[in-house]
Write a protein that binds this ligand. Structure first.
Ligand SMILES: C[S@@+](CC[C@H](N)C(=O)[O-])C[C@H]1O[C@@H](n2cnc3c(N)ncnc32)[C@H](O)[C@@H]1O
Length: 206
């Protein structure tokens, strides 16, 4: 995809479609919340949502009194939508507009969450850059929850090609610094009723 401007693409998507006209919209990110609880995320755990976009995960976490939340996304428009929705509560969250493949994590996190961002990295150099950040960000013993389209999921999303995974393939991709702890299939229903097969895998930073 030579000449492709990733940031411009995502800005346009959120400017044109807003929050709930996109295939990945979820009213309540139940599987992410369930997995976060399963790994024992504490109210003071440092949690980062990579490619969080305008997701309502942050709302649910704020609502549940998690205190150390960061949302990173390439699209300023997506982040603005989430901030606006949260209103005054947005001030309790750290917001980062950046490309994860170029970002330098300023600190370590207890929990790295990514629903449907990593799978857009179809080039090996981008995946390597992502994994380098992932190596630095969760502290040893910390966790990463990564949701992607499953092997029988869609081949494209938002007009872009994706790489599809199951837990084993994702584990090979991330390398030996991450132990696969749990993997689940998940059926996501789009706002127009189509079913998309996802996988969500949980890794522990060794
Ligand atoms: C399919 S959406 C999922 C959004 C959100 N995680 C959710 O579940 O609603 C993918 C998101 O990843 C973001 N994204 C794509 N590539 C990215 C990158 N290289 N760095 C940071 N964010 C990225 C997009 O802006 C978009 O918000």
């Amino acid at each position: 995809m030579s000449g492709f401007n990733r940031q411009a693409h995502w800005q346009q998507v959120y400017n044109e479609k807003g929050e709930n006209q996109v295939s990945w919209f979820q009213e309540r990110p139940a599987i992410s919340l369930e997995l976060m609880e399963a790994v024992g995320a504490a109210l003071d755990s440092a949690i980062i949502d990579i490619g969080g976009g305008a997701s309502r995960l942050v709302d649910a976490l704020v609502e549940n009194d998690y205190r150390d939340l960061t949302v990173l996304d390439l699209s300023e428009s997506a982040v603005s939508i989430a901030k606006k929705r949260l209103g005054r509560r947005a001030a309790t969250v750290k917001w980062i507009v950046a490309d994860v493949t170029q970002w330098e994590p300023p600190t370590t996190y207890d929990l790295w969450h990514d629903r449907a961002a990593f799978h857009f990295l179809t080039g090996e150099s981008d995946r390597i850059a992502y994994i380098e950040r992932l190596m630095k960000a969760p502290r040893p013993g910390g966790h990463a929850i990564i949701g992607t389209f499953a092997l029988d999921g869609p081949e494209r999303c938002s007009g872009l090609p994706v790489v599809r995974y199951d837990g084993a393939l994702l584990s090979i991709s991330l390398g030996s610094a991450f132990a696969l702890h749990d993997t689940r299939r998940h059926d996501h229903k789009t706002p127009w009723g189509a079913i998309q097969h996802f996988q969500f895998s949980v890794f522990r930073r060794i």
